[in-house]
Design a protein around this ligand. Structure first.
Ligand SMILES: C[S@@+](CC[C@H](N)C(=O)[O-])C[C@H]1O[C@@H](n2cnc3c(N)ncnc32)[C@H](O)[C@@H]1O
Length: 421
């Protein structure tokens, strides 16, 4: 078990205060899947030219821009609206490949992604598009991308109090890299000042929420680690089917961009074909996360080729996904999508409104918390499991020394925890 949360942050090691890609973490697309595909979930490309006065309510104030498609044709006003803030700060180098375009387009649902991109700020757009450079004027608005020691200590305590995430003593670079992209978005000159504001949620609610969001790690993939899904298929669903339990309720706690709850839904659908007693209509799956941005992505349920390539067999891709106008993007079939509801929820809070569950997946999030918080969460899960209900943790997580409310079940491969009677 990886008890030291610092290990989880260890790979993100750019110590500079320059633009940093948050995708340089534990995997190519690991840091924040929203950033992986924002620029790819789009069928028609646009380019940005500094020619037209931008609306005064624009995110970046005084810059100017026009958005046009590749043929140079200006987009319709409603299209322009959702993308101009980012496009306006995109300055392509002359030699770079045409991969940095941000496209509002007429793609269904794209507005949400456009908003997510805007929320991420131009830094992260630029960071994942090396052929885009921020303008001098944009840079001038930011005075310091480096957190001071004193502010780091206050911030680490604040983040732990708010989200449970333990930063450790020495992750200044992580704070710098994750928060840099918010400076321009909120027009704040220094990271220390951004943190000051974030710590006053009553006054600066948006900043506070975005800062916590930025400090979460959203790495995920389809059918992650395989064995939890084998346990679901071979042990837990047959057991529930035998007892004719209806409805079956499954909670994916800390679901990131949705791969986990949708993978669960696919297993249920597959088993419905194989086993008469598993009825997808009688299966409720709830995905929760602290991050509103991730929940937007869950609900949108469109995934680009990079995300689709991680853990998904060709057979499942063909069966459970539908093509979109963009050949690089597929959407989750409605049959699967409609099985899952999403809700924002902080694991530090109360779970009482969620009801009781037969299975809880809480994977790869407890590692970021202190033992005290882990123990509290495990005991709260026990209170909302039905008798004999199952808890499935991440492959490096265990309940040892943290809760005595579960018995360990060896699933070969892997383990699950069953609520003690
Ligand atoms: C590494 S992802 C795990 C995703 C998925 N469970 C998996 O194993 O692939 C961790 C998720 O936990 C969420 N998270 C972090 N702190 C949280 C909290 N206090 N309450 C709810 N979710 C939290 C993050 O936003 C992130 O999406």
């Amino acid at each position: 078990m990886t008890d030291n949360p610092q290990n989880r942050f260890g790979t993100e090691s750019n110590p500079s205060n320059t633009l940093v890609s948050r995708t340089t973490g534990t995997s190519l697309f690991g840091r924040r899947s929203a950033e992986d595909s924002d620029s790819q979930n789009v069928p028609a490309r646009t380019t940005a030219n500094a020619t037209t006065a931008r609306p005064s309510n624009s995110l970046f104030g005084s810059r100017t821009s026009t958005i046009s498609n590749v043929a140079g044709k200006p987009l319709a006003p409603h299209h322009h609206k959702s993308g101009n803030a980012i496009a306006s700060v995109m300055r392509k180098t002359t030699s770079g490949p045409q991969r940095a375009q941000f496209t509002p387009s007429d793609y269904p649902g794209i507005t949400k992604l456009a908003i997510a991109s805007q929320k991420a700020g131009y830094d992260s757009v630029a960071a994942r598009n090396p052929d885009i450079l921020p303008t001098t004027q944009d840079r001038l608005q930011v005075q310091s991308r480096t957190v001071s020691n004193e502010q780091y200590r206050r911030f680490a305590k604040y983040i732990e109090d708010q989200s449970g995430i333990v930063l450790g003593d020495n992750k200044h670079y992580l704070v710098n890299s994750r928060l840099s992209s918010l400076l321009l978005r909120f027009k704040v000159a220094t990271i220390d000042e951004l943190i000051n504001r974030a710590m006053q949620p009553n006054v600066y609610k948006d900043i506070s929420s975005a800062v916590i969001d930025a400090m979460t790690t959203n790495e995920t993939l389809w059918f992650r680690d395989t064995y939890p899904y084998l346990a679901l298929k071979n042990l837990i669903l047959p057991e529930l089917a035998k007892s004719a339990k209806m409805p079956v309720r499954i909670w994916s706690a800390a679901c990131s961009s949705g791969q986990e709850p949708y993978s669960i839904a696919m297993i249920v659908q597959e088993q419905a074909t194989a086993m008469n007693h598993v009825n997808p209509d009688q299966c409720q799956i709830i995905g929760t996360d602290i991050s509103p941005e991730m929940l937007d992505r869950c609900r949108f349920a469109h995934y680009d080729n990079h995300a689709l390539a991680r853990g998904l067999s060709a057979e499942r891709k063909a069966r459970f996904f539908k093509p979109t106008k963009d050949p690089n993007v597929m959407r989750v079939d409605d049959k699967i999508k409609n099985m899952v509801n999403f809700k924002q929820m902080n694991l530090l809070g109360s779970y009482s409104l969620l009801g009781r569950f037969d299975i809880i997946f809480c994977r790869n999030v407890l590692i970021y918390f202190s033992n005290e918080v882990k123990s509290q969460i495990l005991n709260k899960f026990a209170d909302c499991l039905n008798p004999g209900g199952y808890l499935i943790l991440g492959s490096s997580e265990s309940i040892q020394g943290l809760s005595d409310k579960y018995e360990m079940i060896r699933c070969n491969p892997g383990i699950a925890y069953r609520l003690k009677s």
